[in-house]
Design a protein around this ligand. Structure first.
Ligand SMILES: CC(C)(COP(=O)(O)OP(=O)(O)OC[C@H]1O[C@@H](n2cnc3c(N)ncnc32)[C@H](O)[C@@H]1OP(=O)(O)O)[C@@H](O)C(=O)NCCC(=O)NCCS
Length: 157
C-alpha cells in the first residue's frame, strides 16, 4: 500500500467509496429518515458533495491510499487547516469495503497527522457518529481523546 496526493481523476472513486461507506452513519441520511428527501437531493448526493468540497478546499491535504500492484484506490482522508488557530481537522475518511481491517484507515490518519505537524498545526480534530463503533475504537487508539458529544437537530422549511 502507498499513500499519495489526491489527483482530480480520483474523484469519482473517492465519491463511490464515500457513499458506499457512509451508508448507515451519515448525518444527512438521518436527516432524510426524519424529514424525507429535502431540497431535491438525497443523502448520497449530499455526502458525495462533501468530498468535492474537501478536494476543492484543500486539494494538497487530501491523501489517497492505493494498492502497490495496480494503483487501485483503497481509501482516502481529507483535511482542513486553520493556520491562525493551528487546528488540523479531518472532515472525511473512508476505506473501500474490500480493503478494511488491514490498517489502511490507521495509516491514513497517521499520514494526515504528520501533514498537520509539518504545516505547524498544534492539535487535530476528527468526529464520528455515535453509531459508528469503528471510529470510536480507531480514533482513541490513534491518540485522540473524546472532547464532547453533539446533538444534530433538523427541520423542514
Ligand atoms: C473507519 C474506516 C475508515 C476504517 O478503515 P480501516 O482500513 O478498516 O481501518 P483499520 O484497519 O486501520 O482499523 C480499523 C480498526 O477498527 C477495529 N474495528 C473494526 N470493526 C469494528 C467494530 N465493529 N467495532 C469496534 N472496532 C472495530 C479494527 O479491529 C481495527 O482496530 P485495531 O487496529 O485496533 O485492530 C472504515 O471502516 C470505513 O471506511 N468506514 C466507513 C466510513 C467511516 O466510518 N468513516 C469514518 C467516519 S467518522
Amino acid at each position: 500500500m502507498q499513500i499519495r496526493l489526491y489527483q482530480p481523476a480520483d474523484l469519482p472513486e473517492l465519491r463511490r467509496i464515500t457513499v458506499e461507506g457512509f451508508e448507515g452513519i451519515a448525518i444527512d441520511q438521518n436527516v432524510e429518515r426524519q424529514l424525507g428527501i429535502v431540497g431535491g437531493h438525497d443523502w448520497r448526493w449530499r455526502k458525495a458533495r462533501h468530498v468535492d468540497e474537501d478536494c476543492e478546499a484543500n486539494p494538497t491535504g487530501v491523501f489517497v491510499a492505493v494498492a502497490e500492484e495496480d494503483g487501485k484506490v483503497l481509501g482516502y482522508i481529507s483535511t482542513r487547516l486553520d493556520r491562525e488557530g493551528r487546528k488540523g481537522r479531518i472532515p472525511n475518511l473512508a476505506v473501500d469495503k474490500a480493503a478494511r481491517g488491514q490498517g489502511v484507515g490507521r495509516q491514513l490518519i497517521e499520514h494526515a497527522l504528520e501533514y498537520f505537524r509539518r504545516e505547524g498545526m498544534a492539535f487535530a480534530m476528527i468526529e464520528t457518529m455515535v453509531n459508528n463503533p469503528v471510529g470510536q475504537h480507531l480514533y482513541p487508539s490513534c491518540g485522540f481523546v473524546e472532547a464532547g458529544r453533539q446533538i444534530h437537530y433538523a427541520m423542514k422549511l
